[in-house]
Design a protein around this ligand. Sequence first.
Ligand SMILES: NC(=O)c1ccc[n+]([C@@H]2O[C@H](COP(=O)([O-])OP(=O)(O)OC[C@H]3O[C@@H](n4cnc5c(N)ncnc54)[C@H](O)[C@@H]3O)[C@@H](O)[C@H]2O)c1
Length: 361
Amino acid sequence: MSRLRIGIIGCGSVAQIVHLPTLYQLRNLFEVAAICDVSPKALAGVGEAWNIASRFSRYQDLLALDTVDAVLIANPSAYHAEATIAAMRAGKHALVEKPMCLNLAENDAIIAEAEKTGRLVQVGTMRRYAPAFLEACRIVKEMEEIRLAKVHDIIGRNNLIIEPTSTVVAADDIPESMAASLRHRQEEQIREAIGDQPAALKTAYNMMLGLSTHDTSAMREMLGMPKKVLYATQRHGGRSLTAAFDYGEFVCMFSSGSDNIPRYETFLQVYGADKALRVDYDTPFVRNLPIRLSLVESSDGQRKTHTIIQPGWGDAFTEEWRAFHHSVRSGEPTKASPQDFRQDLLLYRDMIQLMADGEPA
Ligand SMILES: NC(=O)c1ccc[n+]([C@@H]2O[C@H](COP(=O)([O-])OP(=O)(O)OC[C@H]3O[C@@H](n4cnc5c(N)ncnc54)[C@H](O)[C@@H]3O)[C@@H](O)[C@H]2O)c1
């Protein structure tokens, strides 16, 4: 298995806390060949900490290197589509952090470029690679019936967990004009996605792109695409979301939000007739926390067994990177493809429409 030479575009929190240590752990498969960040401070800090000499402030210069096979795109989400397309045009494969892009037009442009160039684009929804999740999917596929499902994701603000557990070189030297241009770009992309909507709905859409894509992509992998969104609503300025997804035979309840408690309360739950299971996730910012599967079942209505399954210590990000390496080297398609991400955008479009319809006059 030859090593892939990776260029990292965007050296912020997730690159520093998660991806660089993961790539180092998997150094039989990967080598970090170059890094890029618009912040001179983040670029120098990360370059020195990880001994990476090849450093760029423009990703176009990193993409021109023939010593880079593939890129990690971990800059702000509003730049993901642009960087992903540029990477493919430069002949590179891309693992792009979620959300892959902010609207359907960008999504379709990525799909078209991937078809043209034959490059791989894998979206960074790492929860779908956790061994406990894959085992849960296997069990669900064997269930005779499903009566109810739940997807729940309430998380403490990331910094509540990052500050006591990690040291991040902050990109706090970016000029205000650059930050303003990012905000403007993001607003335009969101307007393109959902039209002119009240601020709460824009926040809700951002929450879906930033957090819910973990939940809905895992839900779709486990249960398939719902027939429709039955209802969706938001409260607290778009920061608390609920919805119900109609699967015909059953309904999947969805709830999501963030608060000031330093913890993750994140799970998928599926109820059958004599078996129910639940996959629990913890914060991605503390590496190697176990992702747990619990199964409660009864074959005779009397005896109940409750099993906690931890298939191993394998980290979801480690498995995500292994899968990326495998797809690049074997040519096998990835499940976290641009086409797959598009399904999430379709759900969010419908959720926002229902939220808009349900807004009090
Ligand atoms: N998979 C996960 O669980 C997970 C967790 C956190 C973040 N993310 C995603 O990763 C991405 C980055 O998030 P983060 O928390 O690290 O953000 P961050 O703000 O900490 O880091 C972003 C970095 O990108 C740099 N940057 C900005 N514009 C750039 C440009 N044009 N070219 C190159 N670099 C640029 C910034 O200077 C900064 O260092 C986001 O898309 C986010 O949604 C995913």
